[in-house]
Design a protein around this ligand. Structure first.
Ligand code: IVH
Length: 668
């Protein structure tokens, strides 16, 4: 193919793929199969890889994101991002309407929209191309999340059609559909990671993720509701939104025009329950004056516009009977009380259980068995008990007493000072804690054992085949393959992965052991400073705390771990199995004290190394990687797109700023 032909084909593929993306993510009307789509994408990827001159950050191939760590730059909003005043009753809405009517004699219309419950974002387009995506932040400054937003399939990188202003901003809500939320939480549970409490946290957490590839995986969605700029197509808000739909933005189909406040109230009543049928979360309705000139005339207060108001639905509440209380022991040994309720239908789902969090909540509610309780389901997945109808309590009702012994292993529970939760202290004798340790050991960030998940660990444990992490390496093929839902193939995969895990570097093995307070970073630092497991085992408190960033709490926990003979035996067995218990030779050879005593802060993005690699290099060379600037910081290692506030602070404190190349020279 000639260069011209290649360029032509690339352009053609890009615009075809964009159109298919639009049909799939915005219209939900795909005209080709996923397989055909993948084929076109692969062809484009191949052509782009072979012809880097034609690189375009807006190409559909760029929606997969990257793994490069990146700090978010703070950017000033061109127009401040105001919030909305809230209302909770029809009366408050009539007041809002009256206030406007006092300010104008003009007749006007309202637009009613769903109030999406996610995280808001402002997008800037220039000449039909996405230029910047900024979070709300404090309303004046927000974080530049452009790289992450580019991965969201329903956000157009290049606009369709014509008639859009040369430059404009559009605002909307980034959302995580319920189905994705469930999928991600299930995955997190299997990985032993903390679950997202609600879709809003999950959406904002994802949008602020340091890896755009994670954002790409999570299938965020976005609805838009506000267009800003000069030379907009119309004086009507709704008419403008209809125009933006033609340009490729996702606009809710459930927006309606209302002639007066009575029609607004009808709209609100209509959506009270219907909103639970939507694939995404909503927490109310937004009512806006349609005419932009009237909006301008009405103006805003410092916080919110006078031309719009939010109506928030009350979290639905119902009463039911408390039948019993059960107690769940988590992987860390924390005990959570759960109320078992007479089933009731609430916000579209049947509620049978509610969390009681801890013993204080039970005490504060003065909960008795058989009580009539009020349950509420807000944004959280698990409903909660918000009150008790003491008047209808049976005179002989027994108060709920928090248990004294672990329901799993019988050990007496403890409650540390200042902590709300009760714990089972029997780390090595309590089944959920033992299983939790094994799940941590096999997880992706630790030994990364492919094919073994929490369910399989459960099965193996219940069958009595494994009692600790070393037992996992003694498993035989037949023992695994005859388990329910597993077979020869799965067994082979697990055994292969176990055998491969002997190559996993020492720092990860150390992390995998699950020593309290020894997370990924601490494990890496300990491994690089003390080199092998014997030195760590024998290290005194002073020797441990002499290592940068290892404080007394971590040092004590490390010592406690190694003073338990069970753990020493475990490590011996793992060593016999061939696991790495020492830093690898190249890491040892590369160790130096060239940065000894220096504290270095990393900021921005780098061309030659990822931020993780740079961190490792600092530690390998005896330096300390710090996360905030102070007078004690030795250097600011600055990449591209470094945050202006950091740069300013470094200059003020006279901290030398070095580039990636300067740094590489320092460590030779
Ligand atoms: S309009 C100045 N419309 O609610 C008015 N906001 O409580 C700009 N939100 O920050 C906002 N759905 O994150 C508008 N249909 C909708 C909305 C909506 C959700 C969010 C948005 C805003 C917050 C205000």
């Amino acid at each position: 193919m000639t260069t011209e032909n290649i360029q032509q084909r690339i352009t053609e593929l890009r615009s075809n793929l964009e159109e298919h993306n639009y049909r799939y993510y915005i219209l939900s009307q795909p005209v080709i199969t996923d397989q055909e789509f993948d084929q076109l994408m692969k062809e484009l990827e191949r052509l782009e890889a072979g012809n880097p001159d034609f690189f375009d950050p807006n190409s559909p191939t760029q929606r997969v994101g990257s793994d490069l760590n990146k700090e978010f730059e703070q950017v000033r909003h061109q127009y401040p991002m105001l919030s909305l005043s809230n209302s909770y009753s029809e009366e408050e809405l009539r007041d809002f309407d009256q206030k406007i009517r006092k300010l104008t004699d003009q007749s006007f219309e309202y637009i009613c929209e769903l109030k999406f419950d996610g995280t808001s974002v402002s997008l800037r387009y220039r000449n039909g191309v996405l230029e910047k995506a900024i979070t709300r932040g404090d309303g004046t400054f927000g974080d530049d999340v452009t790289a992450n937003v580019r991965t969201i399939r329903s956000i157009p990188l290049k606009l369709k059609g014509a008639g859009f202003p040369e430059e404009f901003e559009i605002r909307g809500e980034i959302l995580l559909p319920f189905s994705e939320f469930d999928r991600i939480n299930q995955e997190r549970e299997e990985e032993g990671e903390q679950l997202f409490a609600n879709v809003r946290n999950a959406a904002s957490g994802t949008l602020k993720s340091q890896k755009s590839s994670v954002v790409a995986e999570r299938k965020l969605d976005a609805y838009f509701y506000y267009l800003l700029g000069e030379n907009l197509p119309s004086d009507g808000h709704l008419e403008n939104m209809m125009a933006t739909r033609e340009w490729g933005f996702k606009i809710s189909p459930d927006t309606e025009r209302c002639a007066n406040i009575d029609e607004v109230i009808d709209f609100i009543r209509k959506w009270n329950l219907k909103r639970f049928d939507l694939p995404v979360a909503t927490d109310g309705i937004v009512i806006k004056v349609n005419s932009l000139s009237l909006q301008q005339y009405l103006g805003s207060t410092a916080k919110s516009p006078r031309w719009a108001i939010a109506f928030k639905y009350k979290a639905e509440q119902l009463s039911t009977i408390l039948q019993s209380v059960s107690y769940q022991v988590g992987r860390t040994g924390a005990v959570t009380p759960v109320a078992n309720l007479e089933p009731v239908l609430l916000a579209g789902t049947t509620v049978k259980r509610a969390t009681l969090h801890n013993s204080d909540i039970i005490k504060n509610l003065d909960l008795h068995f058989g009580d009539t309780v009020f349950v509420e389901k807000g944004g959280e997945i698990i409903p909660k008990i918000v009150g008790v109808d003491t008047a209808s309590r049976h005179p002989m009702a027994q108060p709920v007493q928090f248990i004294r012994n672990c329901p799993e292993c019988g050990t007496i529970l403890v409650r540390k000072e200042g902590e709300a939760a009760h714990y089972c202290p029997s780390e090595d004798g309590c089944p959920p804690q033992i299983k939790g340790k094994m799940e941590h050991f096999i997880s992706r960030k630790a030994m990364n054992i492919d094919g073994l998940g929490s369910e399989t660990i459960d099965l193996l444990y219940n069958e009595g085949l494994i009692r600790n992490i070393a037992d996992i390496y003694d498993l035989q093929k037949e023992q695994i393959s005859r388990l329910e839902r597993l077979g020869d193939k799965s067994a082979e995969r697990i055994l292969y992965s176990l055998s491969e895990s002997r190559q996993i570097p020492f720092e990860k093995v150390l992390f995998a052991l699950g020593i309290r307070f020894v997370g990924e970073t601490v494990a890496r630092i300990l491994a690089h400073r003390l080199i092998n497991i014997e030195t760590i085992e024998k290290a005194s408190l002073e020797e441990l705390t002499a290592v940068d960033e290892i404080g007394g709490r971590i040092a004590e926990s490390v010592q406690a771990y190694f003073s338990n003979p069970e753990n020493i035996r475990l490590i011996e067995r793992l060593k016999e199995k061939g696991l790495q218990m020492e830093l690898d030779e190249t890491s040892i050879a590369n160790r130096s004290e060239k940065l000894g005593g220096l504290s270095i802060i990393i900021s921005g993005t780098f061309e030659k190394n990822s931020r993780d690699d740079l961190k490792k290099m600092i530690e390998q060379n005896g330096g300390k990687n710090v996360s905030s600037i102070s007078g004690n910081t030795s250097y600011l290692l600055a990449g591209n797109n470094i945050g202006p506030s950091k740069l300013e602070k470094a200059k003020k404190l006279n901290i030398p700023i070095i580039s990636e190349d300067d740094f590489l020279k320092m460590i030779d």
